[in-house]
Design a protein around this ligand. Structure first.
Ligand code: T1G
Length: 697
């Protein structure tokens, strides 16, 4: 018997306890232990078997770390079938998160009991695969096709009460899983309860699976796993159980071989790895209970909202009482959203807005703040004044953070007598919704201040990424380049509408021009004007058609017109005919004869620009690892998760081919398409971005 599953015989009940921390993943030793345990229980003449997990949870799924490696026997579907085939009564007692293969083991058991806080689910589609151990065959038999489709294609976690109502659980009891499991097994034995094999239940009635497949594929914007999982459920309706299991296995293995599975697994592990910085090992963050926020506009109000929801006290500082009240109104509006979604109660809402939140116009109100975040106007002189005042009033040890999205944090830090306490915390709007937080580390920032930034990010539920100081840090710097590549394609013959369509087919929720309309075209306009004022390199191709739009007051959705026209109250977009007039006039003025672009070329150029600048960002040490850039693009810029991020995507495309593209484009525009030295080195050394991730793990 492996020690991953501990065996005990208590009278006529055999107990199989999983002991494979941290999440009792169903690795090979656990699977072997389950099979050996069932066989031993039968040999020992037990009448029932209890399966439960020691530690934090019942099995949380197959061991994802085994993915991509040769599968090792016993295979999980066979383990579930072996459990189900036992002549003994098999009870599973669930706690924590019984997910994926974990729930499938429970479905192979004959009875399922859980503690009230247990959660169950089949999240396989979220990591690019599908239930592969009978979930698509047993769940529809147990709860019907419609509910199974929703549970399996969403991959969501389900609370114990809902699972009971659905029929996934038989009982919910307070107590330790071992105790409630033993009591339930005893009761079943004494009652002479029969063993109940879900696979013996009748196959459910089919639905129109072809239509469903199409709808699910469309809803997933090209993600394969939810749609292919539908075919698994279809097999449950159309084939005998054993055949259905074979079909499920075939479909599962097809998904296991896809790039999308690699991309989603990369995202799963990347979002956990990105916050682990070796240089912070053993560095204790400073205590933060009271946060000051300066500037109560959209961004400041969002940051204050996120801090309040995380249980922090917040002082919102504005210039005037009216502005402070307006800020409080924005924060209350944000919290109303949480109230409506049931995330907070009425009492909590009142506490947050009336007790935890204070507004003020006097800097002295920040004297005992543990950390202050400024979110004032993006102007260096304004920021330096703010930090000068903070330096004068804040207590020693207070962390002084700027939310600037591109200004030099080193210069801001030098405006204080305590540059070691100064850091950048770059939130993404809306700050209480977007998960990305760039923790911008300036030259003098103290290690424990960096640790404090990451601890605050974790507390706010953010994915925090360490960034060095440069114009735009990681995300905005890369964004500026791939947006420019798109603008160049428009000058050369593509239209904004074609580019949006091509990138949305690639998997983006919105193409770059639709995103510009959503965020407000005036933001990009201000950046272009700033950069022109700072002096553009004469070799840079400068596109002006978006400026022409802005000069006409067309900033996108907020003015009803931008690259698209938006009818009042509708987000449906119609191409704005004025745009092509501006573009054609600019092409003529620049003497450009437009050419056609295929969707494939649009994506290749757009992605080549993104990958090339990302490689520069990593090569310069602005981002620690390629996976850090991937997480920034996934959590801050809507990059399609199933591609894993731009550098994971690049690895899967093949770096040599991408470098060849860039070198070919450089023949048209050597200034814009300067190959990243890191990319050239990796290609020369026949290495990948993933190799760099592994080296700096
Ligand atoms: N396999 C391997 N390692 C895992 C793991 C798994 N399934 N789940 C978590 N870990 C690691 C994780 O990387 C981290 O490691 C540590 O455990 C704590 O995780 C046939 C094929 C269970 C809700 O998709 O959703 O079953 O960073 O930080 O916030 O049909 O982990 O400490 O080194 O996330 O408390 C289906 C994935 C698999 C569940 C716990 N199951 N995991 O959250 O801790 S596919 C899943 C989660 C499958 C079958 C198919 C969460 C959690 P490290 P954590 P947490």
């Amino acid at each position: 018997m492996s020690d991953a599953i501990r065996y005990e015989l208590l009278g006529d009940i055999a107990v199989l306890a999983a002991a494979n921390p941290p999440v009792n993943a169903l690795g090979q030793a656990v699977r072997q232990g389950l099979v050996d345990g069932i066989e031993r229980a039968e040999k020992d003449g037990a009448k029932a078997v209890l399966i439960y997990g020691e530690g934090a949870t019942y099995f949380a799924g197959a061991d994802i770390k085994e993915f991509g490696k040769p599968p090792l026997a016993p295979w999980l579907p066979d383990v579930c079938t072996r459990i189900e085939a036992s002549p003994l009564i098999v009870v599973s007692a669930l706690h924590g998160t019984a997910l994926g293969g974990g729930l499938e083991v429970a479905l192979g058991s004959h009875y399922r009991i859980a503690v009230p806080k247990a959660r169950v689910g089949l999240p396989e589609v979220l990591i690019g695969v599908m239930p592969g151990a009978g979930g698509t065959q047993r769940l529809p038999r147990l709860i019907g096709v419609e509910k199974s489709i929703e549970v399996i294609t969403s991959g969501r976690q389900i609370g114990a009460k809902e699972a009971l109502d659905l029929g996934i659980l038989d009982r919910i009891e307070d107590g330790a899983p071992r105790e409630i499991g033993l009591a339930y097994a005893r009761e079943l034995i004494d009652a002479g309860a029969p063993r109940r094999a879900v696979s013996d239940m009748p196959a459910p009635a089919p639905v129109d699976f072809d239509a469903l497949y199409r709808d699910v594929l469309k809803a997933g914007r090209g993600q394969l796993s939810p749609a292919v999982a539908v075919r698994g459920i279809q097999a449950a309706c159309e084939l005998p159980f054993a055949e259905g299991m074979k079909r499920e296995r075939e479909l599962f293995m097809e998904l296991m071989a896809t790039d999308q599975r690699q991309g989603l697994i990369h995202a799963f592990f990347g979002e956990r790895a990105v916050g682990k910085l070796p240089e912070l090992e053993g560095v204790a963050p400073r205590e933060v209970h009271h946060v000051g926020v300066i500037g109560g506009g959209t961004m400041g109000a969002g940051i204050a909202t996120a801090a309040l929801l995380a249980g922090l006290n917040v002082t919102m500082l504005e210039m005037t009482d009216d502005a402070a009240q307006a800020a409080k109104g924005r924060i209350a509006g944000n919290l109303q959203g949480a109230l409506k979604r049931g995330k907070i109660s009425e009492d909590r809402f009142t506490h947050l807005t009336e007790v935890a939140l204070r507004t003020d116009t006097n800097y002295l109100s920040l004297a005992d703040a543990d950390l202050v975040i400024e979110a004032v106007f993006e102007d260096m002189e304004v920021k330096k004044q703010v930090f000068g005042k903070l330096d004068a009033v804040c207590k020693p040890g207070a962390v002084l953070a700027t939310n600037t999205s591109y200004l030099d944090v080193n210069v801001i830090a030098q405006a204080t007598s305590r540059p070691g306490d100064v850091i950048g915390l770059h939130f993404f709007s809306p700050a209480h919704v977007m998960k990305l937080l760039e923790v911008v580390v300036a030259d003098a920032t103290a290690p424990d201040v960096v640790a404090t930034g990451f601890a605050l990010g974790k507390r706010l539920g953010k994915i925090s990424v360490r960034a060095g100081v440069c114009d735009g840090f990681i995300g905005n710097r890369i964004l500026a380049v791939y947006r420019t590549a798109a603008d160049h394609m428009i000058l050369d013959g593509a239209t904004p509408f074609q580019i949006d369509d091509a990138l949305e087919e690639f998997g983006f929720a919105m193409g770059p021009y639709a995103v510009g309309d959503l965020a407000g075209l005036d933001i990009g306009w201000a950046v272009r004007k700033r950069r022109r004022a700072e002096g553009l390199d004469p070799r840079a191709r400068d596109a002006g058609f978006a400026d022409r739009l802005c000069e006409g007051g067309n900033f996108g959705q907020k003015t009803g017109k931008g690259f698209y026209i938006y009818e009042k109250g509708s987000r449906a977009r119609v191409p704005n005919p004025d745009v092509m007039q501006h573009i054609e006039a600019e092409r003529a003025a620049k003497g450009i004869t437009p050419r056609t672009f295929t969707k494939d070329e649009i994506v290749r150029r757009y992605m080549a620009a993104m990958v090339n600048e990302a490689a520069k960002v990593v090569g310069e040490g602005i981002a620690r690892r390629p996976l850090d850039v991937d997480m920034v693009l996934l959590f801050g810029y809507g990059f399609p998760r199933y591609h894993g991020g731009p550098l994971k995507w690049a690895d899967m495309q093949g770096l040599p081919g991408l470098l060849d593209d860039i070198r070919a484009y450089a023949k048209e525009d050597a200034f814009f398409w300067q190959p990243a030295p890191l990319l050239e080195t990796l290609v020369t050394d026949n290495r990948t971005f993933d190799d760099l991730n592994k080296e700096s793990a």
